[in-house]
Design a protein around this ligand. Sequence first.
Ligand SMILES: Cc1cc2nc3c(=O)[nH]c(=O)nc-3n(C[C@H](O)[C@H](O)[C@H](O)COP(=O)(O)O)c2cc1C
Length: 216
Amino acid sequence: MSASFQAAAAGHAGIAPDPRRPLSPKTGEAMSLRQPTRSFEIPEPARLSPEPIPASLKEAMRHLVGGVSVVTAGLGDERTGATVTSAHSLSVDPETMVVSINRSSSTWFAIQKTGHFCVNLLRADQQDVADRFAGRGGIKGPQRYEGARWSVLETGAAALDDAVASVDCEVEHILERHSHAVIFGAVRAVVIRGGPALVYSHGRYGEYRHGMEPVA
Ligand SMILES: Cc1cc2nc3c(=O)[nH]c(=O)nc-3n(C[C@H](O)[C@H](O)[C@H](O)COP(=O)(O)O)c2cc1C
């Protein structure tokens, strides 16, 4: 069985109308704040969220399991960095990384200034590093680097000595859109150390274990 539904359409059977949405003068039903452009066939049962789209999107993304990395940026006293789940490789030929960085963060300013960054894929036991680079406890800039060992590879950005891997990048291209900038990095050096990776899902850190149950 499958059901046809329109993304975020209000007033769907079984869903209470959202009181924050305006009522249609024609039908008297709550109108969608953002009209969908297409219908989708989805299998039943599926949970249709009564939340407005931004809240639903956040909730949907909590189900993703993301690898946690620390993006380092800046030099000397201007060193800073951010914990991210948005870093991944765009292509291997040519070797290119991509990361999405909030344009209000110190990392964004540092990357623009120096033109380089390093993506450090965290190990499962490096949650403390993730917390520091997420700015927890108000820790800023160079303070985020304390308590861990760092090296420099090619560009000058800091590589975390005990990370699963470090990918050193020179900025190749930037797309600024809404609150974030998508930054493309030409890979200049890669170090692989291995180990279980730190992952993030449903607002919590976890350890990725090899030997998962295959699904097929
Ligand atoms: C698990 C996790 C994933 C994150 N992913 C991103 C991300 O992909 N991009 C981003 O800009 N911020 C991300 N953040 C938030 C940044 O780590 C945080 O806003 C930043 O370090 C704050 O730095 P600032 O004090 O320089 O503004 C994430 C935070 C956590 C805890």
